[in-house]
Write a protein that binds this ligand. Structure first.
Ligand code: AMP
Ligand code: MN
Ligand code: MN
Length: 323
């Protein structure tokens, strides 16, 4: 898995570090939180006092607050630049939000990521675009670190894997991903409990927000492109939390025949866009053209402007990559 010996360099850097902070991208998803906490618990199990940091946020997303170790998260303001910063699931400095200075000023920066557009901005950058999730990459590093994974570590890293593969359904669900999941289960993951915690613990407001999303589904290009949107008012009126909207886009991708779907989150003058491709279309290239990034099948960006202006340029760009 690490043909360049990156795992050995990684282990050496860890062993010689006097302080370690681990962080991931802003608006953290299951892979960001799960891989961060899994690595922190793993490092602590071998006597390294690592701390997880929350970038540009006050609180752990509620969906993932069940994860072991979530109480260890520290705010950026309470930390100083460490000897070693480990950036997970984060393709470039800017996506670290207000944790960026901690990473820049650290003596050593290790990047572990699976985004194909990763800028390799670390002193050591371990990037594997074929990896299903960073959680699975961290799992693959445990042996070299001398960590014997327990159920807590496995639960964090399994949550990263199960969420980034869309519950073992997206195109990144490789035989390797399933073998990794199997060994995580052997280490004690309660699969049913993780499923309930991640996917069956929505608030009534979050379900009402799904209703609004479904009502607004709009099809173009004979249904090959489908989209929907939610506004800040929708969040206020339903009571749904922003952190509960991570999987809203999946409701749109359920549509038969849709090959590209997107969801727009509208707030005062800006539109946050999540793009997904169900077939082979590369929506990552479209996201990059709009100043964002991501994978070919899952990407995102933020547009400063009104929704009509956005659709005028986004729909032609997506139609182009459909062909
Ligand atoms: P999301 O739609 O927020 O679930 O993001 C899907 C994928 O696109 C993830 O891999 C993100 O890391 C990436 N992504 C989303 N927004 C941005 C952005 N503004 N810049 C770079 N990458 C992004
Ligand atoms: Mn992520
Ligand atoms: Mn990821």
């Amino acid at each position: 898995m690490f043909p360049g010996g990156e795992d050995v360099h990684f282990a050496e850097s860890i062993r010689t570090a006097s302080s370690v902070v681990v962080g991931a991208h802003v608006d953290p998803d299951g892979d960001a939180v799960g891989s961060t906490l899994g690595l922190v618990l793993a490092l602590r199990s071998i006597g390294i006092d690592a701390s997880p940091v929350l970038p540009s946020s006050d609180a752990v997303p509620q969906t993932y607050s069940f994860l072991p170790g979530s109480e260890l998260y520290r705010h950026v303001a309470d930390l100083t630049a460490p000897d070693l910063f480990i950036a997970l699931d984060t393709p470039g400095f800017a996506r670290l939000g207000d944790a960026e200075p901690l990473a820049r000023d650290a003596r050593k920066l290790i990047v572990i990521d699976h985004h194909p557009d990763n800028a390799r901005y670390g002193t050591l950058s371990i990037v594997d675009a074929s990896a299903s999730s960073v959680g699975a990459m961290v799992w693959g590093l445990l042996g070299t670190l001398g960590v014997e994974p327990d159920a807590r570590i496995a639960t964090c890293l399994y949550t990263a894997l199960v969420t980034d593969t869309g519950r073992f359904s997206y195109s990144n669900t490789s035989p390797e991903a399933l073998r990794t999941a199997a060994s995580m289960l052997e280490a004690g993951v309660d699969v049913q409990q993780v499923f309930t915690d991640v996917y069956e613990s929505r608030s009534v407001g979050a379900l009402a927000l799904i209703g609004r999303t479904l009502e607004r589904i709009t099809c173009v290009q004979d249904g090959a492109i489908a989209y929907s949107w939610v506004t800040d008012d929708d969040f206020a009126e339903t009571g749904a939390l922003k952190a509960e909207s991570e999987n809203l886009i999946d409701e749109v991708r359920a549509l038969r025949g849709a090959r590209i779907v997107f969801l727009m989150k509208l707030n005062a003058g800006a539109v946050r866009v999540s793009l997904r491709a169900k077939g082979g279309a590369d929506v990552g290239s479209v996201a990059r053209a709009f100043g964002g990034g991501g994978h070919s099948a899952a990407a995102g960006f933020t547009f400063d402007g009104e929704v009509d202006a956005l659709l005028n340029v986004l729909l032609p760009a997506l139609t182009e990559v459909l062909a």
